[in-house]
Design a protein around this ligand. Structure first.
Ligand SMILES: [Zn+2]
Length: 288
């Protein structure tokens, strides 16, 4: 009998640990099904729009936020954290509220700090055509000798999401002033967050939202998880749940209620997980 075929050796090969990638996939799947049951989206009967959103959610959950290509340089993040703490939070009616980011007092202050482009905000409900899939956009326009930076936010969304979009577009305004304007004059925010992980200006803009939404103390308390390691899906679930409960309470947002389409509930959940993981990465990398 050949030694290679003895029964004692064969099972050893079958019991070899799965590839890390397979473990990670299983961990992400486990986390996704727990999250979906939390927001009462039935896993068994999902349409194509929801499946599309789930792909984005999975990318967000499995990404290691400390090592995503678009994470801005530490010095730039420190500068942004200063702006959020000293300029943004001090010039809105409620300290730390995303919903107040459109206050005229704040926009006037940012205008003075980061001009010469004049900041103009247009906030309107937009449901026709692309409708809700558009959360907002900015465009730069030169009209005569006036240089404008126009932000449009779609207020047909939930107020919490509107606040996040507004913060994101303000982030582009500040990035343009600190780093320089990119060639594109218009940029749309449509909700696929995984794409943001590749672009420094997008993650900078999202960092403004993350910094405005969570204080360093709250992240210290919740625990900063930036990477889903095998066996850690329950920890990440608990952190996201904590963040969701807090944001939900502040903005009266209940994703488990059926009146919102399932695809949007998944999208908002993805958005929350993204901002939370990014916030943790900012805390870990620069301590802000
Ligand atoms: Zn953007």
């Amino acid at each position: 009998m050949s030694a290679a075929l003895t029964p004692s050796q064969a099972p050893a090969k079958r019991l070899a640990p799965p590839e890390p990638a397979a473990l990670e996939t299983r961990e992400v799947d486990h986390l996704v099904s727990k999250l979906l049951s939390e927001i009462k989206v039935p896993f068994g009967s999902l349409g194509t729009r929801v499946l599309h959103q789930l792909a984005d959610l999975k990318k967000i959950l499995s990404a290691d936020y400390m090592h995503v290509p678009g994470l801005p340089q530490k010095s730039l993040l420190r500068e942004l954290a200063q702006v959020v703490e000293k300029d943004i939070k001090q010039h809105i009616p409620t300290y730390g509220s995303l919903a107040d980011l459109g206050s005229p007092q704040l926009l006037g202050h940012l205008n003075k700090l980061f001009g010469p482009r004049e900041l103009e905000l247009r906030a309107e409900p937009y449901r026709t055509g692309a409708g809700l899939s558009l959360r907002g956009f900015y465009c730069r326009a030169d009209v005569g000798d006036k240089h404008k930076f126009v932000i449009f936010v779609n207020t047909a969304h939930h107020p919490g999401a509107v606040g996040a979009t507004l913060g994101h577009e303000l982030g582009h305004f500040i990035y343009g002033s600190l780093v320089g304007e990119k060639a594109a004059h218009t940029a749309f925010m449509e909700g696929a967050f995984a794409n943001h992980l590749l672009e420094e200006d997008e993650l900078f803009a999202d960092s403004l939202v993350a910094l405005a939404a969570y204080s360093p103390e709250s992240i210290k308390k919740i625990g900063s998880i930036t990477h889903l390691k095998p066996g850690s899906s329950d920890d990440l679930f608990n952190s996201i749940k904590f963040a969701y409960d807090r944001i939900g309470k502040d903005y009266d947002l209940d994703l488990s209620k059926g009146k919102m389409a399932a695809a949007w509930r998944v999208r908002y959940l993805t958005s929350m997980a993204h901002f939370f993981k990014l916030r943790c990465a900012l805390y870990k990398s620069v301590g802000v």
